[in-house]
Design a protein around this ligand. Structure first.
Ligand SMILES: Cc1ncc(COP(=O)(O)O)c(C=O)c1O
Length: 397
């Protein structure tokens, strides 16, 4: 019996040039982003912001403490007020409703489809009933909804968009970068994301007023002129004394680690796709019993994990399946569990929210499995994982 021996939470080592850059920062002792030896010195954090803004084809970028913090900042910079409704996905991870709660707003959840994206019909109903001004869209597990249809709907109803791109760094829709459709977009550089600094995040935007507010909110003291992917100083004049400091900056050590990784992102995106395709190709051998979400033909995704469902399983068969996968070294997350294990992605786990049942999302999550694909796995490893899953599934009758 074949057993898979890889570790599902082992990411790749930090590249040597990133380690060298980190050591140089440590030797210099100037870890704080505004601590420069002379006014002409560009800190690692400022340089990273310029490079990430360029990568995203956006004018502005702010590097900050985490992706969840970037979400909070984006909503505050947009002007969300206490008690206000914010639309978001029912199927996402806990930092998303958590960020909405952190700005004292109210999550209004939108159903997800079988393809794990936002249900646009339900979104329309929720816009009308909630009168929300903002959608915080989570591209959960990297699945990208039809952005053109979504943007047309939002425009028709005068609803703004903030994108949570924690799972879509490097992805595109119709050749446009994921994270370039809304007024602001947020990214995470936490260890399990596409580039890894342990903790960290980005906020990007083309909007001068919002980005100026976000920079002051992030704790820029009066040093905003040291930001080089930022609005011009006149945009700060009106707001700088009226905007609170809610410190959450990135430091130079993390930025130094991230810059070389950003240069590898597009190559690594291909590596993730090769691994995903190898595993997905094996799952297809099960016939039509193992169902993968369909990608939109215009979406280029960067799948650092794979999701699939097995609708035919009874509860008992599901338990056998999970047990046998675990026995053979395959670590799966099952979204149907009553009690959350590790990270939570079921909206009924977030009991601080007002709840209305979402039967479509419940049905989708009931038989949905999730499997990480770290780049420490080879393409052959991913094929083997797929073969073992199919073997187990086929034998459960
Ligand atoms: C969908 C999603 N959004 C936002 C975040 C927040 O990122 P961070 O962990 O950097 O705060 C995460 C992190 O897991 C996430 O999965």
């Amino acid at each position: 019996m074949r057993i898979f021996e890889g570790n599902f939470t082992q990411q790749e080592a930090i590249p040597q040039d990133a380690i060298d850059a980190a050591v140089a920062v440590l030797k210099g002792g100037r870890l704080h982003r505004y601590n420069v030896a002379s006014v002409d010195e560009m800190s690692e954090t400022a340089a990273l912001e310029v490079e990430f803004a360029r990568y995203q084809e956006q004018r502005f970028c702010l590097a900050c403490a985490s992706g969840g913090y970037a979400l909070q900042l984006a909503m505050r910079a947009f002007g969300i007020e206490s008690g206000e409704a914010v639309l978001t996905n029912a199927f996402t991870l806990s930092p998303v409703p958590g960020a909405i709660a952190a700005v004292s707003a109210r999550s209004v959840l939108v159903e997800c489809t079988e393809d794990l994206v936002l249900d646009l019909e339900h979104l329309k109903q929720q816009i009308i009933t909630s009168k929300a001004r903002l959608l915080l869209l989570s591209h959960m597990r990297g699945h990208i909804v039809d952005m053109e249809k979504l943007c047309a709907l939002l425009q028709e109803h005068n609803v703004a968009l903030i994108e949570d791109c924690a799972h879509t760094m490097g992805a595109t829709f119709n050749a446009r970068k994921s994270g370039s459709h809304g007024v602001m977009s947020c990214f995470s550089t936490q260890t399990y994301k596409h580039i890894n600094s342990g903790e960290g995040g980005f906020l990007t935007s083309d909007n001068d007023e919002m980005m100026a507010r976000a920079i002051v909110l992030s704790g820029s003291y009066m040093l905003y002129e040291r930001h080089l992917a930022a609005p011009t100083p006149e945009h700060f004049k009106e707001i700088k004394l009226h905007t609170p400091n809610c410190s959450g900056r990135m430091d130079n050590l993390r930025a130094a680690i991230l810059r070389p990784q950003l240069r590898l992102l597009d190559i690594n995106a291909r590596h993730w796709n090769e691994r995903y395709n190898a595993l997905a190709g094996q799952l297809a051998h099960a016939g039509n019993t193992i169902i993968l979400p369909k990608r939109h033909p215009l979406a280029y995704e960067v799948p650092s994990s794979i999701q699939f469902s097995i609708p035919r399983f009874t509860d008992e068969q599901n338990q056998h399946f999970l047990q046998q996968c675990s026995d053979r070294g395959i670590e799966l997350k099952w979204f149907g569990a009553d009690q959350p294990k590790a990270y939570t992605s079921r909206y009924d786990s977030w009991q601080y929210l007002e709840h209305t049942p979402l039967p479509q999302t419940d049905a989708v999550l009931r038989r949905l499995y999730d499997c990480r694909l770290p780049l420490t796995f080879s393409v052959a490893d991913c094929s083997l994982i797929g073969e073992i899953i199919v073997e187990i599934e086929t034998n459960i009758t």
